[in-house]
Design a protein. Structure first.
Length: 128
């Protein structure tokens, strides 16, 4: 049975999330930071969300249109747009406030997700 690009997408998402969980599980309980770098677990969740949203959007868009360039642009815009929407939602009255580092980590995840979207959907060279 031939693997579809969606199967490859699922594999990449699972592997990426497992790696992130490994990094997050190494956090010290007393200071809630990963690897003692001062980066809270919340930032890794933003990174994972940006990666997941952009990969899902980009791969689904590519499956619908078969246009790699537009799907890459859509992936980036979706991941960054989701992060921006979340921060704007947090900035409302009674929210936790707009947090620029959260947005930057979400955008970094969207960049990774966009790159992975390109890797998953790029045309394969045929071997002779």
């Amino acid at each position: 049975m031939k693997e579809s690009k969606f199967d490859n997408f699922i594999k990449v998402v699972v592997i990426t999330n497992l790696l992130l969980l490994m990094f997050m599980s190494s956090a010290k309980a007393q200071d809630n930071t990963v690897f003692n770098l001062g980066i809270g677990d919340d930032k890794y969740m933003h990174f994972a969300a940006g990666t997941g949203v952009s990969m899902l959007a980009g791969c689904l868009f590519h499956d619908a249109t078969r246009d790699l360039n537009r799907s890459i642009k859509f992936a980036a815009a979706s991941g960054i747009g989701a992060g921006l929407f979340k921060e704007l939602y947090d900035s409302r009255k009674g929210g936790s406030g707009f947090d620029t580092p959260d947005l930057l980590f979400t955008a970094a995840g969207a960049v990774l997700g966009t790159y992975l979207t390109h890797i998953i959907n790029k045309p394969r060279k045929r071997r002779r």
